[in-house]
Unconditional design. Structure first.
Ligand code: MG
Length: 337
């Protein structure tokens, strides 16, 4: 029988109500043999290769938005961080903090969405936890996910690997997630067809790795956007990065909303895009590999790495100027993910 109504403090107390929630909702959608062990810890088979581990907490407001919800986002975000090191994501753990009074129908919608995202990414949820806090002590629900993946021996992909001369690519349009969350939160009632790009990029990343032995860096430009992620890469790799503004793909509707609200799409969060830095000879192969994936249709070459003024990111503007593209300072948009 489906459980109905709203979340009570009892659902987090570890007793009968907790068991109903776990069996009737979490296991129903996310169950598998490993999660089904139902012991204090899941026991996993020994991995082949090095382990990659990443953890993230998701507090996005609102919990449902065009293009996704807090559940799919909690899977995509962590799968992507694991995949950005060249790892194949295998397992997730999921921790929920629920606010008393949350509609169980909303929780089920979130968990069913997580299950779809887990299936698409090809990972398994192997451990989970639920806590309930009183009304007003959290906002509907927060989710923490931890991802575990394996990296084949010899593969070194990371934000410190970029070299002068490398090509800088992006897998598609930037700013979509940030603008969508802001517009839905503020109830801007835009006619513009904007939606979050939230998606798992592990299959796209795997295609890139196969196609490009000269792949140096993958990074998902989430909070702080493209500009901040490139500054992090420039600092960690000891290179400069020069971008061509006209080459950076931006959805016209997103650009329009940004102009209206005075936002810079280069600093807005993305949840289904990656930056790829690659040996310049392999840039065409990398672009082809990205475009072969449903999430890489808008892939573009946007700049290059240099040796001088290491740590700096420059942008050649569309009107013929040149300026420094600094890191994001402050937080223009809280609870974006
Ligand atoms: Mg990341």
């Amino acid at each position: 029988m489906p459980i109905q109504g709203s979340i009570l403090l009892d659902h987090g107390a570890g007793g009968k109500a907790s068991a109903e929630l776990v069996g009737g909702l979490f296991a129903k959608h996310l169950g598998n043999e490993l999660l089904g062990q139902m012991d204090d810890a899941a026991v996993l088979p020994p991995p082949t290769g090095r382990l990659a581990v990443s953890t993230d907490s998701f507090v996005v407001d609102p919990i449902f938005f065009p293009g996704g919800d807090i559940g799919s986002l909690a899977v995509h975000g962590t799968v992507n961080d694991v995949a950005m090191r060249g790892a194949t994501p295998l397992y997730l753990t999921v921790g929920f903090v629920l606010e008393e009074g949350l509609a169980i129908a909303d929780l089920e919608r979130v968990v069913a969405s997580m299950a779809r995202a887990v299936g698409e990414a090809g990972v398994q949820v192997v451990a989970g936890d639920t806590k309930v806090v009183g009304r007003g002590q959290a906002d509907k629900l927060f989710i923490n996910t931890t991802g575990i993946g394996v990296i084949p021996d010899g593969l070194e992909i990371g934000a410190a690997q970029a070299k002068p001369g490398d090509a800088v690519l992006v897998s598609g349009t930037v700013g979509d997630h940030g603008v969508t969350i802001m517009a839905s939160r503020e109830g801007l009632g835009l006619d513009a067809p904007i939606a979050s790009d939230s998606a798992s990029l592990n299959h796209l990343a795997a295609g890139l790795i196969t196609a490009c032995p000269g792949l140096r860096t993958l990074r998902d430009p989430t909070r702080g956007g493209l500009a901040t992620a490139l500054n992090e890469i420039a600092a960690l790799s000891g290179v400069s990065i020069e971008l061509d503004e006209a080459a950076i793909p931006i959805e016209p509707a997103v650009g329009g909303v940004c102009e209206l609200l005075g936002l810079d799409p280069l600093y807005l969060a993305n949840e289904g895009k990656l930056i790829c830095i690659v040996d310049p000879d392999q840039a065409p192969a990398a672009l082809n590999a990205m475009r072969a994936d449903v999430h890489g249709q808008g892939a573009a070459a946007i700049g290059r790495c240099g040796a001088e003024r290491a740590g700096r990111v420059w942008i050649n503007t569309s009107v013929g100027g040149r300026r420094i593209l600094d890191m994001l300072s402050g937080e223009p948009l809280p609870r974006i993910c």
